[in-house]
Design a protein around this ligand. Structure first.
Ligand code: ZN
Length: 455
C-alpha cells in the first residue's frame, strides 16, 4: 500500500514538473492561441474560394501573391517582401475529351492532360492500346508491339503501404516519365492511371517531363474507374481503340514571386529559420490541402508568435514558395538568393502534406542534429506528435540542404491525402478547421523549440 502511494505521489510530481517546465507552458499557450483565436481557416477560405486555382503563371497565382503579401503586411510583421522568379507557364486550354471505342460503341472516360504535356493534333488521336504495369514490361514488348499505339500505364498505388506517400512514390514514375519511355518505342500517346487508392471518376493531374532526343507525345491522367474500365475492355477486346483530344500549350516563361514575411531575431537576426508551403496549385484544384493549408499555417506560425509576445532570437520567416508543382523554380530561387546574400539558414520547416491531423516531423540533417530534435518528443507527444525521426523534408526547402540547413517536413496523417491530391475535389470543404489549426500549432511549437535551442 505504502509503495503504491509513493509511486502515485512520484508520478504526480513528475507530471507536475513537466507541466511547469517553461517550454511545456509556452507550447500549451501556442495550442490555446491556435485553437481559440486561429486565423488559418479563414485565410484558407479566402485563398481557395475567392482566389481558387493558381497554377504558376496564371492570373490566380498573381492574385495569391498580392493577397498573401497583403495579409502579412496587415499582421505587422517586421518585413514583408517579394522575390522575383521566372516560372513555366503551361495552360490546359479547352477541356479534354476521351472515349473507349469498340465497334460502334463509344464509352466516354474522364481524362486530364498532365502538366507540361503537348496537345494532340486538333482532331485528336485514335489508336490501339498497349496496357503495361512498368517500364521493364514496356521495354520487353519492344518497338514492334508499341509503335503507333497508345501506351496505357496501369500500375496502381500499392494499397498495402501504410504511409500513402510511399505508395505514391512507388507509382509516380509512370506519370513523370511515361510519355518519354513510350515515345522511345514509337508510341503516339501515353495514358496514366491516376495516383490514388480511391476508385472514382476524378483524373488526378500532376507534372511530367520529356526526355531529350525523343518525340514529344501527348499524355494524360485517366480516373481510376476509367482505368479499370479500359483494362477490363482490353481483356475482352484487345483490338479496341482509344480516342483522346487535348488542347494544352506551354507559353513563354512568366514572371512571378515567392512571398516572404519575417519577424527579426532579437539576438541572432542574421540566422534564419524558415517555415513555408507552396502558393501555386494545379489548375483544376482550389489547392486547399495542396498546398493552401501549408501557406496559411506558415503565416499563422508568425501570427501566433506575435500574439503571444514571443520574441524569437533568430529571424523567423514565413515563405510562400512559387511553382512547386511544375518546376520548383521558387524553391531553387530562394536557396540561390540565400547563398548569394550570404544568409545563414539554420532550419527550414515545410508543410506540404495536407491539412490533416498532425502526427510528427520528418528530419533531414546530421545524426546529432536529428537527435537533438528527437529529444523534444516528450514536449510534443501530448499533442499527438509522436512520429519524429529521419524522413523527408519538403520539395521547396530541399535546395537549402546544400548549405547545411536542417530540414523538417511536417507530417500529418496521410490516409486521405491522395483522395484529393491534384483534383477538382481538393477544395476548402475537404479541410477540417480543427485539423488545420492543430497543424499550425504543431509547426509553431517546433519553430519555438528550434529558435530557443538552435541546432
Ligand atoms: Zn504540394
Amino acid at each position: 500500500m505504502m509503495k503504491r502511494t509513493l509511486t502515485f505521489l512520484l508520478s504526480l510530481l513528475i507530471s507536475y514538473g513537466y507541466a511547469q517546465n517553461p517550454d511545456s507552458v509556452t507550447i500549451r499557450k501556442i495550442y490555446n492561441e491556435a485553437l481559440s483565436n486561429g486565423k488559418s481557416y479563414e485565410w484558407l477560405r479566402h485563398l481557395t474560394k475567392q482566389i481558387g486555382p493558381r497554377l504558376s503563371g496564371s492570373a490566380g497565382a498573381q492574385k495569391a501573391v498580392d493577397w498573401t503579401k497583403q495579409v502579412m503586411d496587415q499582421q505587422g510583421f517586421d518585413r514583408v517582401f517579394l522575390q522575383d522568379v521566372m516560372v513555366p507557364h503551361w495552360v490546359r486550354g479547352a477541356k479534354e475529351e476521351a472515349f473507349i471505342h469498340i465497334g460502334k460503341q463509344k464509352t466516354v472516360v474522364p481524362i486530364a492532360a498532365l502538366g507540361g504535356s503537348v496537345a494532340t493534333p486538333a482532331k485528336g488521336i485514335e489508336a490501339q492500346v498497349i496496357e503495361v504495369k512498368s517500364f521493364p514490361e514496356l521495354r520487353a514488348l519492344g518497338a514492334d508491339k508499341v509503335k503507333g499505339k497508345i501506351v496505357f500505364y496501369n500500375r496502381p498505388m500499392d494499397p498495402t503501404k501504410i504511409n500513402t506517400f510511399e505508395a505514391y512514390g512507388g507509382a509516380v514514375d509512370q506519370r513523370a516519365n511515361g510519355a518519354t519511355e513510350a515515345a522511345k518505342l514509337g508510341a503516339v500517346g501515353a495514358i496514366v492511371r491516376s495516383m490514388t487508392n480511391v476508385h472514382d471518376d476524378n483524373p488526378h493531374v500532376g507534372g511530367m517531363r520529356y526526355g531529350t532526343g525523343v518525340a514529344l507525345i501527348p499524355t494524360a491522367a485517366i480516373s481510376t474507374n476509367g482505368a479499370d474500365l479500359l483494362s477490363k475492355s482490353l481483356q475482352e477486346n484487345p483490338a479496341l481503340t482509344f480516342y483522346f483530344k487535348q488542347n494544352c500549350e506551354t507559353l513563354p516563361d512568366a514572371k512571378s514571386y515567392n512571398v516572404v514575411g519575417e519577424i527579426k531575431g532579437s539576438e541572432k537576426p542574421d540566422e534564419i529559420i524558415v517555415v513555408g508551403g507552396h502558393l501555386d496549385s494545379w489548375d483544376l484544384a482550389e489547392g486547399a490541402h495542396d498546398d493552401g493549408a501549408g501557406c496559411v499555417q506558415s503565416i499563422e506560425v508568425l501570427r501566433i508568435m506575435k500574439a503571444l509576445g514571443i520574441k524569437p532570437k533568430h529571424t523567423i520567416r514565413a515563405v510562400m514558395f512559387m511553382n512547386e508543382e511544375n518546376g520548383l523554380r521558387g524553391g531553387v530561387q530562394y536557396a540561390d538568393l540565400a547563398k548569394k546574400n550570404n544568409e545563414k539558414h539554420i532550419a527550414a520547416v515545410e508543410s506540404d502534406n495536407g491539412g490533416f491531423t498532425p502526427r510528427g516531423f520528418g528530419i533531414v540533417g546530421k545524426p546529432e542534429q536529428r537527435e537533438k530534435i528527437m529529444a523534444w518528443k516528450p514536449l510534443l507527444a501530448p499533442y499527438g506528435l509522436t512520429e519524429i525521426g529521419p524522413s523527408g523534408g519538403g520539395a521547396d526547402i530541399g535546395p537549402l540542404a546544400q548549405t547545411g540547413t536542417v530540414l523538417l517536413g511536417f507530417k500529418p496523417d496521410s490516409q486521405r491525402y491522395f483522395d484529393y491530391h491534384h483534383t477538382t475535389i481538393d477544395r476548402f470543404e475537404a479541410v477540417s478547421q480543427r485539423e488545420l489549426e492543430l497543424g499550425a500549432a504543431s509547426m509553431a511549437a517546433v519553430i519555438y523549440l528550434l529558435d530557443a535551442y538552435g541546432l
